[in-house]
Design a binder for this molecule. Structure first.
Ligand code: ADP
Length: 342
């Protein structure tokens, strides 16, 4: 999760145009067509949903859409909207073609989600004034606007809500070359030299995530600055990564704690709630931030009875592999059952 101040860094290092947005080529091509078509028709963009892990660029894309369309963007988030009345002011202020960006849209209460249906489809909302016998229902017209939602948990969105988005785009983790490119651009904006090998090393340990790559760059730049260096070279990058506790695979302290919590219980299976409690993190953070990466690396798997550390995890952390791992069939060993959601 980004810390205070990291949001400002995110903003400062945001690409200035869609052309400067690195990677996600197919998604960007789709957006360009949607933008051009909407512009030619003089209409607002269709409602759009971005899905993907934190830090992959969903918010950035929402800002870039507003910029390309020459419209205003109003930013809010699912947890900030407790009831429909929290949205009335914003919805009625939206001008024609403006963007309402709702981050963590899967966390909208059902009442707010349903309130948005008529806003999205009919550009109108129904509000109740007064209470008791004198209560009246009033229909307010809105300017045609675009709802842009971002979610890390697409599966949590109700089907009727999801189907109201004309475009659903998924952001994938970035390959190292894209992250290298993002790092070079950011180093230039920050006014620090960055050797190619150093950029590759940092990119390879950034879990495919621009926000993490940029965070590492800033931390390592701080170290270079304090040491009076104007350039980050490979030894300096490695030294910084070591000091930050990021290992060769990009695992952080909490990833290792999570795996060690499983290993301490013979590798699992351990229920998600128990796991969360044992490392002092929320279930949602584990599911959206740590787990997808550990699954991708093959260090963790999901079984109907809970999470399991794989043989690879034991080996990576230098822990003796339990004898049961030697005798079980490969399927049982790994217990891979991705479709289960606990
Ligand atoms: P999300 O909304 O998905 O959590 P953000 O849009 O806040 O992610 O992106 C996090 C940081 O990474 C920002 O500083 C953003 O500018 C940068 N970033 C993300 N994707 C890209 C990209 N494709 N090119 C350049 N910078 C990017």
């Amino acid at each position: 999760m980004p810390l205070e101040g990291e949001h400002e860094l995110d903003r400062a290092l945001r690409p200035a145009s869609l052309a400067e947005f690195t990677g996600q080529a197919e998604l960007v091509a789709n957006l360009k067509i949607t933008i051009q078509a909407a512009r030619e028709r003089g209409e607002p963009l269709d409602h759009l949903l971005f899905c993907g892990q934190p830090g992959l660029g969903k918010t950035t894309l929402a800002w870039l859409l507003a910029k390309e369309m020459g419209s205003e963007i109003f930013v809010t988030s699912g947890p900030a909207l407790a009831s429909p009345k929290d949205l009335v002011g914003t919805l009625t202020r939206l001008g024609r073609g403006d963007i309402l960006f709702v981050d963590e849209i899967h966390r909208l209460p059902r009442s707010v989600e349903e309130f948005l249906y008529s806003a999205m489809e009919d550009q109108a909302i129904d509000i109740t004034i007064d209470q008791g016998p004198s209560a009246r229902c009033l229909r307010l017209s809105l300017q045609p606007f675009s709802l842009v939602g971002a979610t890390t948990r697409e599966g949590m969105l109700a089907a009727p809500f999801r189907s109201r988005f004309g475009l659903v785009e998924r952001l994938a983790p970035y390959p190292v070359e894209d992250l290298v490119c993002i790092l070079h651009r950011a180093a230039q904006s920050l006014g620090i030299g960055l050797a190619e090998e150093a950029a590759v090393e940092m990119a390879g340990r950034s879990r495919g995530t621009p926000r993490i790559a940029l965070r590492l760059l800033r931390r390592i730049r701080d170290r270079a600055q304090v040491q009076g260096e104007a350039r980050i070279d490979l030894p300096r990058a490695r030294e910084g990564l070591r000091a930050l506790g990021i290992d060769a695979f990009g695992l952080e302290r909490l990833d290792r704690e999570l795996l060690m919590a499983l290993i301490a219980r013979g590798g699992g299976p351990v229920g998600l709630k128990t796991l969360a409690a044992s490392i002092g993190e929320s279930v949602e953070t584990i599911e959206t931030v740590y787990e997808p990466f550990l699954l991708r690396l093959g260090f963790l798997s999901r079984t109907p009875r809970g999470r399991v550390a794989t043989r690879r995890a034991f080996e990576h952390l230098g822990q003796p592999v339990p004898s049961t791992f030697q005798t079980l069939a490969p399927k049982q060993k790994e217990g891979i059952q991705e479709e289960f959601d606990f």
